[in-house]
Write a protein that binds this ligand. Structure first.
Ligand SMILES: NC(=O)c1ccc[n+]([C@@H]2O[C@H](COP(=O)([O-])OP(=O)(O)OC[C@H]3O[C@@H](n4cnc5c(N)ncnc54)[C@H](O)[C@@H]3O)[C@@H](O)[C@H]2O)c1
Length: 380
């Protein structure tokens, strides 16, 4: 298959590129280094240095003989986006967004950048596919954060409603907790319009927070590891907790710690996207899956980090702090997530073994960890 990956330099984009490439697909990655530049601008630090995208593709080719094509450019430019569809791919995987909730709430400028960037990329993609490649299957990353924490079970994308004796099916109600998550809701709405109006074929993967570092492919060469942030802005929770545990920084549990979400290992992101690509949505179908493998509260993740950390000899302290976010700290949470399992995804659950492996990579980079960037308290 010809596979186009938008945001191919990112935490998920680069491992996805290697995963498809290793399985014999023809992969092109596109990125403008928005994420890396934001990390430099905000001085967030990274666990280890990551070679540029062309350099990583060259290392990958030298190690495996598989070529990954690299194109650097800003997908907010419509003509640049359209140029990617002159020879249409079978599938385009859309990761190219500003993905951080705290970033989107730092101030007006960062909120505006988030909305402008994310919606422009999605709109440009939708129109390029509509005009030049209507058969191309769009796989877009949504987020479980679009649903918020409703007091009812979260269905996979859709909800059947009976109202005054009549029935209809709607997108599951969404109520995001940040400007970033709101931009993801707007993305979904845009593509739902494109599906209804022009018969586009779209898979929307409502993903929970991802954790992990290594994938099967990155084990070939350390320089192929994906970028890893451990700061409050770009680090996801479990990745942050493990770094905090290794340097003896008290685990930053926000408020009561009852906030519950669905999580998945980075290896399962790759599987989910791959299975979705192999079995595409039909023309005129917006297919939605909830992309999580298990749920945990913040307290459960902190306790797990503490118990594995202590077993490895770290002094791990859990220290709840004033919650900088506006969110429910205790709530009902029951998402459904059967669709991807039915497609054949085999979950990697969060076991002590998986945690130990993450501890060991973080430990090997301990000298690079800067405690001053771990927490800065961006408030909602
Ligand atoms: N990582 C998670 O835990 C998680 C959870 C749920 C959803 N998601 C979604 O998955 C996707 C990927 O997330 P990630 O963690 O890999 O983020 P990331 O920031 O590491 O990757 C996104 C990549 O897209 C690039 N990009 C952004 N705007 C661009 C533009 N205008 N032109 C070209 N490139 C651009 C960035 O430079 C970056 O390399 C995002 O859409 C995010 O909303 C991620």
């Amino acid at each position: 298959m010809k596979v186009l990956i938008l945001g191919g330099d990112g935490y998920l984009g680069w491992p996805t590129a290697m995963y498809f490439s290793a399985r014999g697909h023809q992969v092109t990655v596109v990125d403008n280094y928005l994420r890396r530049n934001a990390c430099t601008e905000l001085d967030t630090g990274m666990l280890y240095p990551v070679p540029t995208l062309p350099r990583r593709a060259a290392i990958w080719e030298a190690r495996t003989g598989h070529k990954i094509d690299v194109i650097i450019g800003d997908l907010c430019e419509p003509e640049f986006m359209r140029s990617l569809f002159e020879q249409p791919p079978e599938v385009v995987i859309h990761y190219a967004e500003q993905p951080s909730a705290p970033y989107s709430l730092m101030d007006y400028r960062h909120a505006d950048q988030t909305i402008t960037n994310n919606l422009r990329v999605t709109n440009n993609l939708m129109w390029a596919v509509r005009d030049l490649a209507p058969q191309t299957h769009i796989i877009k990353l949504g987020t479980m954060g679009e649903y918020g924490t409703p007091n009812i079970d979260i269905e996979e994308g859709w909800l059947d409603i009976e109202h005054k004796g009549r029935k209809d099916r709607f997108l599951f109600p969404r109520q995001a907790g940040s400007i970033y998550h709101t931009s993801k809701i707007m993305d979904t709405d845009l593509l739902w319009f494109g599906v209804r109006t022009w018969n586009l074929r779209v898979t929307d993967l409502m993903q929970g927070p991802v954790y992990g570092i290594e994938t099967e492919e990155s084990r070939l060469d350390e320089r192929l590891r994906t970028l890893f942030n451990y700061d409050e802005i770009f680090g996801t929770i479990l990745n942050r907790f493990i770094v905090q545990a290794v340097v003896g920084y008290p685990l930053t549990v926000y408020g009561k710690g009852g906030q519950t979400r669905g999580y998945l290992n980075i290896r399962d992101t790759l599987q989910c996207v791959y299975h979705s690509a192999m079995k595409p949505a039909r023309p005129g179908e917006l297919r939605i899956f909830n992309q999580v493998m298990e749920t945990f509260s913040v307290n459960e993740l902190a306790e797990l980090t503490q118990s594995v950390g202590r077993e490895l000899g770290y002094e791990v302290v859990i220290q709840p702090i004033d919650n900088p976010r506006k969110e429910a700290e205790e709530h009902y949470y029951n998402p459904q997530y059967q669709g991807l399992l039915d497609m054949g995804v085999k979950p990697h659950y969060l076991t002590p073994e998986v945690m130990r492996e993450m501890f060991s990579v973080v430990e090997s980079c301990r000298d690079n960890i800067r405690e001053d960037v771990i927490f800065r308290g961006i408030r909602w």
